[in-house]
Design a protein around this ligand. Sequence first.
Ligand code: EPZ
Length: 419
Amino acid sequence: MSSYIIEGGKKLEGEVTVSGSKNASLPIIAATILNKGITKLYNIPNIHDTQITLEILKYLGCKIKKSRGKIEINSKNIIKKDIPEHLMNQMRSTVILAGAIIGRFREAKFSYPGGCDIGSRPIDLHLSSFQKLGINIVEDSGFITCKCDKIIGANINLDFPSVGATENIILASIYAEGTTQITNAAMEPEIVDLAKCLNKMGAKIEGAGTNIIKITGIQKLKDISYTVMEDRIEAGTLLCAGAITGGNICLNYKTPEHITPLINKLEEAGCKINIENKKIFMQAPKKLKAVDIKTMPYPGFPTDLQSVLASTLCTAKGTSVIVENIFENRYRYVPELKKMGAKITIEGKTAVIKGTRKLSGAKVKSTDLRGGACLVLAGLVAKGITTVTNIEYILRGYENIDKKLNKLGAKIILKESEN
Ligand code: EPZ
């Protein structure tokens, strides 16, 4: 496994551009399966998760051409309707490919998805929603087979506003007979981006971004080009990197409204933030003040920035309290941060962070995507050298994060694994 070697103590300064959104790209790549034609996508980040998703589309029979920031997906001749286990296991979000395959072919076969160890991450809401759409589901020795003669629009109320389940219902019901209505739908911006892309292809989706989404079945989609939204979690991560180092940075990022909760918390912690001309300017104080957060579904504070803000608060003045309400196992990074001198105690869903004067460099291990990112941020401010291992987790979701941070003045060296 590869590592980042980080020399701490550098204040971040300068300007950096945020890449395309991982969590919008994955469902939008899946949506191209629904179009028996060619879809051109722009601003897809070149990261492990998008590479695996494109691998699966190639396995299904899609032809994929990549050139200078454009990915052209020809889904005319899809011949397979199953997702191979070795690819299914590589990440969680492969399950939304199932919705797209079922939406077009009314059948699909896949295994339970893999993904980060941030919780059990069941897919019961996905499967129960498919059943409501008239899809028969057979689970046998770890494989799930979905089949039906036709998909019938239905009213589906989600027990929890699951992002993936909302996306899967949309993908599976595009060609349904009649109308599907999702209540208690997830409202994340990535769902709005998926709906915008599908509507441009000719779908009829109303209410994306609210908790009631209506999908009217249609017969055919058309070839289009689409530019995927920016990555709000990367934007938040870069702001926290600036904040933890007492830096002065500028993000080329057009949708600050997507990260209002984080911006509010960084201002509460003493950062001066200005938004103008599609940029976010942030001047951090020498010493941040402690703040409290509770993670919630959008538009609440995003769970994906919980670990990143936690590391930012380790050297703040005072005690911060974090409550993680979305995933039941999203504090796996804490023992690693404690190796660097962080003072954190966990009680169930709550983490209490007592700000310390400084952190010390150490050898620490990424436990998951966002947990790995938080260790990089801690390394930026720690005294001495920090080695973050297992950075393959980080490379799943951040495009060139080391290069971006080094452009801002960090000192991060990538050490490739020997094997
Ligand atoms: C998406 O995951 C994101 N991933 C996650 O980002 C993000 O943390 C999460 O939404 C919440 O915002 C992608 O978009 C690829 P959920 P998803 O279904 O769809 C429970 C990252 O770091 N649940 O909204 O898997 C589930 O266990 C990743 O980029 C069920 O119980 O999230 C969790 O506790 C991590 N049954 C909660 O809902 C189900 O059938 C939220 O899950 C589905 C979910």
